[in-house]
Ligand binder design. Structure first.
Ligand code: PMP
Length: 312
């Protein structure tokens, strides 16, 4: 078995952005054998370019590769490939404060298969494009109790491409009603909050910051992990626990974390005919955490954690 085995991916090269040729029988096209990762490269005030914790993405890809029965690149290989991609696209990294270069590594079953077996050829590829800020301001979430993003025993805790198809319809319906995104509940009891379609969630009450504990149905976000460490450093009490939906109705702040959304304050959560509003703006815990995280990511604040990797 090749499940999770580190392998050398050969023939690596940088090519201009273009469509790629793939077998119509490719494992990825027919059975969704594929993983994705997300990183952002930021430009510092002095022009240099930084990556944020890329080895964490590499590690998460390795865990996912084991689950999807694919070989995976080594951590060193992954990080080096990301670095080379960013280096080749350095001129596309926006100026400080104007966004970032979004980097998307993929590990896919590219070889042909008829049955449910690991594709005979696995490809590791990376594409990138400049992006601005994801959300323009505080977001409004709708709690969804009929659709589930992830189920126990499934693949909710790895970053597989097929984790996103279950949520398309719920997001489209929420957006049609004016909401920014959907907050999903656990699939078994529908009593506990899990995460939003592409980010983790935190709640703040006084000095206590809580986030759903990582279980088989929640993606272990790298931003989530970093925010927990930053919050502990600020002296907040941080709890990773099972969070009943009802807890959302008695907190000061809610915010979401992810590579794309960074730290996004939540202005309101709606569940059925209940709507709760939260504190947002300059004097919030989420703003303090956002400032510290983005300060480290962009090199404006000293990186005491050793989280950033310079490209050149
Ligand atoms: N949950 C899901 C389902 C996601 O797609 C993402 C984005 N990768 C996250 C959480 C946040 O993870 P990270 O902080 O590593 O981007």
């Amino acid at each position: 078995t090749k499940c999770g085995k580190e392998e050398n991916f050969t023939n690596g090269n940088i090519i201009p952005y273009a469509n790629i040729a793939i077998s119509p029988f490719a494992g990825i096209l027919n059975y969704g054998q594929g993983l994705l990762e997300s990183l952002k490269a930021y430009r510092r005030d002095d022009g240099r370019v930084l990556l944020f914790r890329p080895e964490q993405n590499a590690q998460r890809m390795q865990i996912g590769a084991e689950r999807l029965c694919m070989p995976s690149p080594s951590i060193e290989h992954f990080v080096e490939a990301v670095k080379q991609t960013v280096l080749a696209n350095k001129h596309w990294v926006p100026p400080p404060g104007k966004g970032s270069l979004y980097v998307r590594p993929l590990l896919i079953g590219s070889g042909p298969v008829l049955s449910l077996v690991t594709a005979p050829e696995i490809s590791f590829l990376i594409h990138a494009c400049p992006v601005g800020n994801y959300h323009k301001g505080p977001i409004n979430l709708l709690v969804e109790d009929k659709t589930h993003r992830a189920t126990p025993g499934g693949t909710g805790d790895i970053k597989t491409i097929t984790n996103y198809s279950p949520v398309y319809k719920a997001i489209a319906q929420a957006k049609a009603r004016g909401f920014s995104d959907v907050l999903f509940l656990d699939a078994v009891t529908k009593k506990y909050i899990e995460e939003v379609s592409s980010c983790n969630i935190f709640i703040v009450k006084g000095n206590v910051i809580s986030t759903p504990a990582i279980c088989g149905t929640i993606l272990p976000g790298i931003t989530r992990k970093s925010i927990i460490e930053i919050a502990l450093g600020f002296g907040y009490q941080v709890e990773e626990r099972v969070i009943p939906l009802k807890d959302l109705f008695d907190v000061d702040e809610v915010f979401c974390t992810g590579t794309a959304v960074v730290v996004s304050p939540v202005a309101s959560i709606t569940y059925g005919d209940k709507r709760v509003e939260y504190k947002t703006g300059a004097e919030t815990v989420s703003k303090k955490l956002y400032d510290m995280l983005t300060g480290i990511q962009t090199g404006r604040i000293e990186d005491k954690m050793g989280w950033t990797v310079e490209i050149d």
